[in-house]
Each structure stands twice: as C-alpha cells, then as structure tokens.
Design a protein around this ligand. Structure first.
Ligand code: SF4
Ligand code: SF4
Length: 68
C-alpha cells in the first residue's frame, strides 16, 4: 500500500477543489469532507496539497527528480 495525502478533517470545508485537480480519482467527497479513497490510484503529484485553500491536506511524500 502506497502512502496517501493526509487530510485534516477539522480544516476541510468540503470545497472539492482537491477532488477536481486529482487526475487519478484518489480523492472523494463524503458528507462534505474529503477522503482519500483509492489508495492505489494516488500518483503522488501533490496537486491536492497545493490547491487546498485551508491547508487541510499534507503530502507525506517528497518527489525527487534525478537527472543523469
Ligand atoms: S497527490 Fe495527486 S494523485 Fe494523490 S490524491 Fe493528491 S492530487 Fe490525487
Ligand atoms: S481542497 Fe481542502 S478544503 Fe477543499 S475539499 Fe479538499 S481538503 Fe477539503
């Protein structure tokens, strides 16, 4: 199982922005709170973290691009 973004439910107001930027269908709104549903679908793009206006999402992973 891969790592998923961590959602602080207390900060999430259900705006749905993260769901719309996630191209992988990994996030879903359930009763006005976002949840990480499809763990295997997350491609660690970190867009959900960037787009959230309430800083409710934090991605515990770091993307490292190595050049030859
Ligand atoms: S890191 Fe990217 S793929 Fe994973 S849940 Fe967030 S927006 Fe979706
Ligand atoms: S962008 Fe942030 S506040 Fe909006 S639904 Fe996603 S986690 Fe919640």
């Amino acid at each position: 199982m891969g790592e998923m973004p961590i959602i602080d439910k207390a900060k999430c107001d259900g705006c749905g922005l993260c769901v719309s930027v996630c191209a992988c269908g990994a996030l879903k709104l359930v009763e006005k709170t976002v949840q990480a549903i499809e763990v295997d679908e997350c491609r660690w793009c970190t867009l959900c973290e960037l787009v959230c206006p309430n800083e409710a999402i934090s991605c515990p992973f770091e993307i490292i691009i190595e050049n030859d």
